[in-house]
Design a protein around this ligand. Sequence first.
Ligand code: GLN
Length: 507
Amino acid sequence: MSAASDLVRSTAAAMAADLASGEVTSTQLTEAHLDRIDEVDGPVHAFLHVDREGALAQAAESDARRSRGEARGPLDGVPIAVKDVLTTRGLPTTCGSKILEGWVPPYDATVVTRLREAGLPILGKTNMDEFAMGSSTEHSAYGPTRNPWDLDRIPGGSGGGSAAAVAAFEAPLALGTDTGGSIRQPGAVTGTVGVKPTYGGVSRYGLVALANSLDQAGPVTRTVRDAAMLHDVIGGHDPRDSTSIRQDWPSFTEAAAAGAAGDMAGVRVGIITELAGEGWQPGVMQRFQESVELLVQAGAEVVEVSCPSFVHALATYYLILPAEASSNLAKFDAMRYGLRVVPRPDASAEEVMRATRDAGFGDEVKRRIILGTYALSSGYYDAYYGQAQKIRTLISRDFDAAFASVDVLVSPTAPTTAFRLGEKLDDPMAMYLNDLATIPANLAGVPGISVPNGLAEEDGLPSGFQVLAPALADDRVYRVGAALEALHEKQWGGPLLDRAPELELTR
Ligand code: GLN
C-alpha cells in the first residue's frame, strides 16, 4: 500500500488530529483522496463530478489559515464529498437526472455554505438515483454506482454514491439526504455510518426537494464520532428554511464521546416487533440479535415494543412521497433549468415541455409523477392523500407511545444485504421494500442512525443496526450508536471496513 493510500484509510477525527498537530497538511490529505478517486472511481462510479482544482485551492487556503493559527474548527482541511442533490455554487448539480444536465447553480445549499465556513474542501458531487428515487443508484441517468465490497452489487440508494465514496476510502466524509432511508440503507449495505437528523434539525435550503415534508440532509461517514463531528458543522437553525427548528442543540461530538465508553447502564432499548420476521434475511437478523445481546451485556434494559401502524408505513410513504414529488418536479418545464428539447422549429411551449420532460426524466420518476398526480386529483384526494396523512399521524402516535417507555428504538436498518445489480430493477415493489425499516422515521420526523453491524453469514456482506430516538433527541442516536460501535470494535479488533477486501477496484 502506498503512503497515499495509508492517508485515506484513517477516520476524519484522526485526520483532524493530524492536521492540528501538523503531522499532515490539508493539501496532502486532499491530494491523497483525489488520487484515490483517480485510482478506483472508474469501477465504483461514486462521483458524477470531481473538482480537483477547487478542492486543492480550498485545501491550500485551509493550510494557510492553520499556519496563521486561524483554523475554523476541528474539521478545517478535512475533505468531503457532497450528494448531487445539494446545490453547489459553480459546480454542476444534476440530481442524477438528464433534465438537469449542465445546470450550474448560482447558490450554495446552506449545508454546503456551512462546510465552506468550517473549511472542508469539497472533492466533488456524488452519484444518486434520479431525484433521490430508489434504493440502488440504478435509477441514476448516469449509470449505477457499485458496492466496494462486491462490484457486482448495489451500494444502496438513493445516496449510493456518497456511501460508496466513503466505503472505498475516496472521501472520509460525505453528505447525503434521507427521504425514506437514502442515508441509512446505503450505510447498512456498504458498512458505513449514516444519520438522518430530526426533521428541521438540518437546513433544507438548497436541497433540491423530493418530498419536502420528509427530506433531511445528514452525515455519511466511517465512524459514529465522525458523523457527530460533521452534524455539529451542518446542523442548527437556518432562517432560509421555514421548517428549520429554532433551538440550541447539544454537541453531538460530546454525545458520541460519552457513548464510546460502551456503557449502556440505565438505557432503555425497545426492539420494534413489526420490523423483523418473515422476509428478513436470516444472516441480517442473526447479527442484529447478537448486537442486542451486546447492549444487554453492557447494561441496557431491552424490551420488545409494538408499533402496529408501522405495517402501513410503506403504503403511506408511497402516496405522500409521489404526491409531493409530482408537485416539486413541475418546475422542470424546459424554461427555467437545464435541458430543453425542441421537437420542431415551430413547436408550442406545451410541446417543448412535453418533449423535454419525456426525454429528461427516467422511468421511475415518470412512474411517481403519474402516481402522485393521480393521488392528488380531485375526487381521489381524500381517498388517497388524505387517508395517507391520517395514517402518518397514527405512525407518529406509535412512536410517542413507544418513547414513553423506552429511550431508543432499534431494528435492522434494511431487510437484506446488498443485492445484485439488475436484480430488482424491473420490480418497483421489490425495490420499495428495502425501506421498510427506515421509512417510519421520515414519516414521523424522528432521528435515526445506521451503524455497521457485521457481515451476514450467508454472503459475507455488511448489514446495519438502526437506532431511532424521539424528535430533538439526536444526541441519543450518537450516544447509543457510539456505544455499539465501541462494543463491536472490541469484538472485531477494529472497524468493520478494515475487513473490506482490498477491492478488486483496480482491475
Ligand atoms: N428508496 C426510497 C425511495 O425511493 C427513499 C429515497 C430517499 O430517501 N431519498 O423513495
